[in-house]
Design a protein around this ligand. Sequence first.
Ligand code: PRX
Length: 567
Amino acid sequence: MSNFGLYEDRVRNFEWSVAEKELEYTDGNVLNIGWYCSDRICLKGKADKTALFYEGFGGIKKQYSFNDIRLAGNTIGNFLRNIGIKNEDRVCLFLDRIPELYFSFLGVLKIGAIVQPLFSAFGDESLFVRLENAQTKAIITQRKHLSKVRKVLERLPNLEFIVIVDHNKTKKLESRELPFSLQESKPVENFEIYPTRAESPSVLHYTSGTTGQPKGVKHVHYSIISQYLTAKWVLDLQEDDIYWCTADPGWVTGTSYGIIGPWSLGITQCVLDAGFSAQAWYKFIEDYRITMWYSAPTAIRSLMKAGEDIVSDFDLSSLRHLASVGEPLNSEAVIWSQKMFGKLFHDTFWQTETGSIMITNFPGMKVKPGSMGKSFPGITGVVLDAKKYEPITEPGQVGLIAFKPGWPAMMRSYWNNEEKYREKFINGWYLTGDRSSIDSEGYFWFVGRDDDVINTGGHLVSPFEVESALLEHPAVGESAVVAKPDEINMEVVKAFITLKPGFNPGPDLELEIMNFIRKKLSPIAMPQSIEYMEKLPKTRSGKIMRRLLHAKEWGEDIGDISTLEND
Ligand code: PRX
C-alpha cells in the first residue's frame, strides 16, 4: 500500500502540520533531529529494527539496529561534550562513508552543536577554506585524512580538537589530536539531549557559487518537517522498505535523504562505501533486496554505459521505486530504467539551500521523461522573467526558477555572509539560480544554470575556486575555467591557461597541474582537460571572458563580443 496519495489531493489539502502531527511535535517544544532519528524510533517499539546495513571496502559488512545507532550517537555526543564542545559549536565530519560518520552526525546534533559534513576526498585547501569560514572547533576524521588536516592546522587557531576514530596506538599523536574508539567506549545508555528548538542551527553544508569562496548553508532542526514528509511522499518510504541513497553525506542529499529522511521515518537503509562499478552496485541491490533507490543521473548514465547484458546477471526484482537528483535526468535514462528494471527513475529537483525536494515527479503522477515534474505540495514554484522578476504565465517560456520562501527546510542564512544571502531574494521570491520552462500542465523542464557554476556528476564546482588554485601553480600565468560537455558526467572542468615565461607546454606539465588541483581541491574539481593559450580573451576592462570559452566548448554561437579587448 503506497502512502503518497493522489498528487492533486495532496496539493489541495496541504499543510506542513501533517508532518508535525505525525512526528508528534508541537510548536515551541524541544525538537532535536538526533533524537528524532534514533531515540524516538526506539520509543516507538522499533529498537531492534535494522537501521543500517553497511558494506565497506574489502567486503566488510556490518549491521546496526535503531538502538545501536541511538547508543552510538549518545556515546559520541558524550565524548564531545566531555572535551568541551557546546551547543552551536561547529563540528566537522571529515570521514569516508564509515558507520562513525552516520553516528557522529546524530551525536553532534544531540549535544546541540552544528554538524559540518565535508566530502573526505577534499584536498587541504578545500578543507581549509571551509573550516576557516565556519570557525570550526572540532573535526572528526580518520588516520588516512590526517595529513591534510595537519597541513592546514597552523592556519586554524579555532580548531581545538582533531578527533581520530581509528587511532593506531603505536603512532604518535600530534598537537590537538585526540583518539576516540566507538568499539572501545562504554555505550552511553542515558544521555541528556540538548533541548534544541525548531530554529536552532543543525547542519552547515558548504556549496560553491560563481564568485568568492564557498558559502556555508545554515539549516535548522525544523528542516526535519520537510525532510520527513518528502521522504515519505516522494521517495515513498514504507515500513518494510530497504532503502539505498547513493549520495555521500558530504553533500546535502547524503544528509537530508541519506540520514534524516529515512531514519526519522524508522526506515532501514543501506550504505555502500566502495566506489562505483556497475557489477558492485547491482550486486548490492541483489544482496540486500533493495526496494527504494535514490541516485543521480551520472550514476545512471554510467550504468547505461556498462550495458544491458550485465543487468540480467542479477536479480533486481526487489526494486519498487526509483528516484534521481542533482543534474538533468535525460529522457533516455528514464526510458532505459523502465526497460531494465521495469521502473522509471523519478526526477527530483532541489538544492543545498532548499534542504528538501522542491520539484518532483510525485509517485503515481504521469511521468514525462525529461521533465523534473511539478512543485511538491505546499511549495509555490514559478519561473520568473529575468528582467522584471515577475512570474511568467505563458507555458513553455524560459525563466528563472524561484520559490515562495517559507518551507521548513529552507536555509536560514549563509554563514557569516548576510549579503550573499539577501542577494538570493527578489520581489518576495527565493532565486535558485537555475533556468527552466513550465508547460501547460505545470511540469518543469530544466534548461540550465543561470551562472558559471559547473555541475560535474551532480557536484557543483566553482570556476573561481579552480582558477585561484591554478594560479598557485608556479607555471600558471593566467587561468579561466569553464564546463566542457561530457557523455557521463554531463559536464567536466576544463581549464584554459597561459604559462609564465620559462615554462613549456606539454602533456607532463598538464598532468602535473591536474594532480596539483586534485590534491589541493578534490578529484571533482580537477580539470579533465587543460588547454594552453598564448593569451586569454578579455574584455576591454581586463575581465576574462569565460562566456566565450564556454561557447567554444559547447559549439554555441559566441554572441555579442563587442566588449572584447582588441589588440
Ligand atoms: O543546478 C541545479 C542542479 O543542482 C543544483 C543544486 O546543487 P546542490 O546544491 O549541490 O544540491 C544537489 C542535490 C540536491 C541546482 O541548482 N540540480 C539539482 N537537481 C536537478 C538539477 N538540475 C537538473 N535537474 C535536477 N533534477
